[in-house]
Design a protein around this ligand. Sequence first.
Ligand code: ADP
Ligand code: NI
Length: 229
Amino acid sequence: MTELVRKTYDHMKEKQLGEASGHDWWHTLRVYNMAVKLAAALDRPVDLETVELGALLHDIEDWKFNDGDEEAGPRAARRWLTECGAKEPLIAHIEEIIRDLSYKGTEKRSGMETLEGEIVQDADRLDAVGAIGIARCFAFGGSVGNEIFNPEIPARTTLTSEEYKDKKVKSTTVNHYFEKLFRLKDLYNTEEAKRIGLERHEYMKQYLKQLLEECQAENTQQYNLLTKQ
Ligand code: ADP
Ligand code: NI
């Protein structure tokens, strides 16, 4: 771990400890650990410092909490790295990773420009699925006042990115599986992420099936959609 990574690690830990919106320090730490693991599983050379910094700084700010300002994150990362005396190409690369990272609802491909960015994106997405993904998504849904499940609100299976970002339209947490989480399995960049992502995908399907059966929701759109995932 370089001095810059160590400093950034400590800075983000102090900044994010105690945030409960799903962007807490523990999310950042999981993404960091996963990114390092994905980098190690590759058979190609990768700049580890960039991967580590990208993972640590990826949620430094969030457009969801900054009036939709997608530049808030890249700007804050630049400010921090400049303060630490980092070199311009590295700063620009981290800025680009943060800018391109977030899921906006319509992706067919990653949108990342470099392998380092692809690894950080995979690590972030893997934290939205599996057992931890289930926990985070119910925590997030609760924090914005969404219902767990409401059979009268159908999942929107074709969303534009404007619709995905629009918080005025209420959806349920169960619907978020169909609006985002089940789609991630086709969007991983690296082989190792695909493998882990598929395992986590199967686990989420099994979980949601049980949840809907406990809700006696076998005749709903959501239960029907589940068999197609
Ligand atoms: P990330 O930091 O993983 O890119 P986001 O910022 O998109 O994730 O969201 C944080 C967490 O909250 C993720 O686990 C995501 O799946 C979840 N989440 C985002 N939007 C919703 C929603 N409308 N309902 C439930 N969970 C959501
Ligand atoms: Ni994240």
